[in-house]
Design a protein around this ligand. Structure first.
Ligand code: HEM
Length: 77
């Protein structure tokens, strides 16, 4: 079967949909994701749980799903 040039690398990926059905929660969802990442990076140490390797084609992914171990950073105050 012949595949088009955009197979696997299509820029048509639209996580929040589009047009008249565009997700009305998209901006809230992005703020929530930023908030979560901010606290994850500032308040936790994290390291890869075991071995995993990035596969860079057709997009970056990890065979094992990149499991991580996280540990809270205790701040005495
Ligand atoms: C990462 C988070 C989110 C993703 C990936 C997402 C994705 C989507 C997508 C793809 C649609 C379109 C569905 C379709 O075309 O039928 C949609 C619709 C919708 N989303 Fe989200 N959404 C997210 C978060 C949220 C949040 C936080 C809210 C509300 C607080 C929300 C409320 C809605 C509503 C009400 C619709 C229906 C819109 C309509 O049909 O007119 N979503 N969402």
């Amino acid at each position: 079967m012949q595949q088009g040039p955009s197979q696997g690398t299509s820029k048509k990926f639209t996580p929040f949909g589009g047009g008249t059905r565009l997700c009305p929660g998209s901006e809230l969802a992005k703020v929530e994701a930023a908030f979560f990442l901010h606290h994850l990076v500032l308040n936790f140490r994290w390291k890869i749980d075991g071995d995993d390797i990035p596969m860079a084609y057709p997009y970056v992914e990890f065979p094992r799903g990149l499991p991580i171990e996280i540990e809270p950073i205790c701040s005495e105050s």
